[in-house]
Design a protein around this ligand. Structure first.
Ligand SMILES: Nc1nc2c(ncn2[C@@H]2O[C@H](COP(=O)(O)OP(=O)(O)OP(=O)(O)O)[C@@H](O)[C@H]2O)c(=O)[nH]1
Ligand SMILES: [Mg+2]
Length: 304
């Protein structure tokens, strides 16, 4: 099967319905039902307007696909899916999930943000967590909050869990059978700092581990500091970090990255992007359910 033959562009997998509930789109589910080979599922989450969709297009090997925006208004809504043949693993499909950005001031719905984040964690085999500038404590705490939620949901969940008692809508599909991503890749966009700790050069991965380092002590303050880090490390035993420099120097180029050719982008940005894609293609595992059962697109992840 050549999934890209019938999927030239991404489709919406999970949308916000008119009542603000999350709903699986039948069109997307039908596409998944047609994929009878193992799937590697990579999802990206992070604050709105931070280049998530652009990065997902890179993983798809395309200049465009997931819609970008260059204004202050958020672009991606819900969760979008693009299934492409896996570039490294023959007989596997790479399922890319691009999510609605978190923290949109115009939306102002952190509960909805939380569900989208949680679904991205649970549906994927590798989570890409996108942050801008630095790895900051708020981002660490947000990841912990969602991981905690995901741990509690584990196998059975619905996209609109809190609406269950309000009556089943037989036309809508819900997310049922899911399990967590084991790998997390933290990407820091627009990174301009020196990678040094205590005057020693460190790697991107060292930077992430430094941010997740536990402190010694038993005070409440220290326990509060350590808890999210401990939880994230347990949930994601395999972690990786990439710091990306700015892709272009001029404001004009930054707003039209989608149409710029690779040779017009900053060389260092292209190098990191290449390493990132290679790493993801080699190291993102196939999606498995609890019990290590390998998942195809036809897995019964969705229920009426
Ligand atoms: N500073 C910076 N901007 C980028 C980068 N990558 C893409 N952009 C630009 O940032 C803007 C937003 O990019 P998107 O990919 O749409 O961002 P997004 O995170 O998907 O946005 P939402 O869907 O609204 O959450 C576009 O103008 C991109 O060209 C990057 O690495 N650094
Ligand atoms: Mg987007």
């Amino acid at each position: 099967m050549q999934p890209n033959l019938y999927m030239p562009a991404p489709v919406c997998l999970i949308e916000n319905d008119e009542n603000g509930r999350l709903r699986v789109r039948k069109e997307a589910k039908d596409i998944l039902d047609g994929i009878n080979e193992p799937v590697v599922v990579v999802s990206v989450v992070g604050l709105y307007r931070t280049g998530k969709s652009y990065l997902m297009n890179r993983l798809a090997g395309q200049q465009s696909g997931f819609a970008l925006g260059s204004t202050i208004e958020s672009k991606t809504k819900g969760i979008w899916m693009w299934c492409v043949p896996h570039p490294n693993k023959e007989g596997h499909t790479l399922v890319l999930l691009d999510t609605e950005g978190l923290g949109d001031v115009a939306k102002g719905d952190s509960k909805n943000d939380g569900w989208i984040f949680c679904l991205a964690v649970l549906l994927s085999s590798t989570l890409v967590y996108n942050s801008r500038g630095t790895i900051d404590n708020t981002a660490v705490e947000k990841l912990h909050y969602v991981v905690d939620l995901a741990e509690q949901i584990k196998i059975r969940s619905t996209a609109a869990a809190d609406d269950e008692e309000e009556g089943e809508d037989s036309d809508s599909w819900r997310v049922k059978c899911i399990c967590s991503a084991g790998n997390a890749t933290w990407v820091v966009r627009g990174f301009t700092l020196d990678l040094e700790i205590d005057w020693k050069k460190v790697t991107d991965d060292d930077y992430l581990e430094f941010a997740l380092n536990m402190r010694k002590g038993v005070s409440k303050k220290i326990r509060d500091y350590n808890l999210p880090r401990e939880c994230i490390k347990r949930y994601f035993p395999s972690r990786k970090c990439f710091v990306f420099p700015f892709p272009a120097t001029s404001h004009q180029d930054m707003t039209r990255l989608e149409i710029l050719q690779d040779q017009d982008l900053a060389q260092q940005f292209m190098e990191v992007t290449g390493h990132f894609c290679d790493y993801m293609f080699v190291n993102s595992d196939v999606k498995r359910l609890q019990g290590r059962h390998i998942v195809t697109g036809q897995c019964e992840c969705f229920t009426k």
